[in-house]
Design a protein around this ligand. Sequence first.
Ligand code: ARG
Length: 398
Amino acid sequence: MTDKVVLAYSGGLDTSISISWIKENYKMDVIAALIDCGQPDDLEEAYQRALDTGACEAIIVDGKDDFIQDFIYPSIKSNMKYEKTYPLATALARPLIVKKLVEVARSKKAKAVAHGCTGKGNDQVRFDVGIRSLAPELKIIAPQREWNLSREDAIEYAEKNNIKITVTKKSPYSIDENFWGRSIECGVLEDPWNEPPEDIYKWTSIKKDCSESGYVEIDFEKGIPIALDGKKMTGLELISKLNSDAGAYGIGRIDMVENRLVGIKSREIYESPAAEVLIEAHRQLEALVLDRELVHYKYLIEEKIAELVYYGLWFTPLKDSLLAFIEESQKYVTGKIRIRYDHKSFKVVGRKSDYSLYDLKLATYDRTDQFDPKHSESFIKLFGYPYEILGRKGRINE
Ligand code: ARG
């Protein structure tokens, strides 16, 4: 019997040409697994393309709910952004895909799994390290890395082998999409000086008359967004609605140069309207309900978690431990945030919570003020002693 390999198939250029390459070079039967993380692609079409391109079997795996529960919610709770900027849509989906891929491989008794990552990106690390942690017995095949094709060669190979793909030589972007965000690379974007052409944007092309502001109120319960404008929704509905509503104002565009795990810098464009709005809303709610020391310490944990996710270290005891800290911090992150949408920007303009630690009687500057400034005097006296002593010894730089 021929050995089987389960390929993480997206329907795009790289994974489509991988099917014939694996068959040619490894003489294995290829099972194409389409893992649905909310990418807007036509999965039925991709399913058919996998079979037309030579897969012996194609399987659609619905990962949407797991993606929200196990990856997106923790990422909101930890205000997760790599290098303080990238909401990690691509990176977060990888461990989910790995998990599903391994499940399929085990149920089909496959000897190997394959992915279409190039040898230059972060995704190969996320796949390989994840697969080796969950299923050390599986062989890993990475046609793009082993073959090392240029983008032009890949397009030519596809044309020669009659593999239909949506990429052309004129717009050679590499795009990865799921409902937490859309990542765009390659082409003219490779020069960090080039302003991204308007036509690369799909989720944030402006569809609103932006001279009028829009508003939305988001309810959170224990760190999870549960309703928009008072209407309860599933995570999928809520994120999709925010993506389309905020996206219509051109909100959620990110243009950055980031530090890849493999050592190089790369220029990346992201569209992540819902992620941008939800993380900012969540952060502002935390500012209202968490005490100062927790907020400050949480920044450190958040940065480390984002780095672990970016580096492909999802299935690790450190990530589990740090997420347990995050989980504990969310007990009182319940309340309402009001957002104003404007042209390509948004702002939190209101916040309230039953767990608010904001005390008007202490914060106000009017006559109802109950803050006793006498206490400040003594407090500052003690707080400033170390520096007063240094000053007396002449050890302060001017
Ligand atoms: N640089 C991002 C990351 O490593 C996005 C990668 C996007 N992949 C793509 N095929 N466009 O997470």
